[in-house]
Design a binder for this molecule. Sequence first.
Ligand SMILES: [Zn+2]
Length: 220
Amino acid sequence: MIMEEARKQIVEYGKRMSASGLSIGTSGNISVYDPETGYMAISPSGLGYFDTEPEDIVVMTLGGEIVDGNRKPSSEHGLHTIVYKNRPEARAVVHTHAPYATTLAGLHTTLKPVHYAMMGANVYEVPLVPYVTFGTPELADAVGIVLKDNPRARAVLLANHGDVCFHINLAKAFGLAENVEFTARIQWQCMCAGTPVNLTEAEFADALERSKTYGQQPAK
Ligand SMILES: [Zn+2]
């Protein structure tokens, strides 16, 4: 099976995405990109993750041509493609309708550094893509414009829709989607209780620097 490992990963992380509440029903989609072949493996359209098998994952080119799989690809395949075209380092994209990130997107506001957990997004403020109808090339184009304007960003909010997170592998992209949702929840709760106090740019930069030596480091 072409991209077998990636397809298995997408099924596994899709179940995690559903179980964690990051996306309900058949909403949300996940892709993995292989730069050697130029192929993208992406979740199928309208199939629940607990009903999805690796062979249901669609393999396609960034030009939209299906290489393997009997299913229709996610209607947001253009949105995933635009990320890989704009970010050569991206290997995985997670698109969710996570409730708190989508709350901010419904307010047409950006995600602010009210907690350092969102530093995986690699920007002080996660930008907002203006509203465009789901599943359209125009939405993908709008995401592309915001990615060009924010060359460091690894996440964007989609107005009245959800979010898009990407990284150098699927584990990191999924972790980023969780952290974006956590921070969005904290921001929203702070907005409900008073006025959020964001980290300063210097504090944010410090946290980002600190993150480089946090956790298990490879043995020297
Ligand atoms: Zn969506």
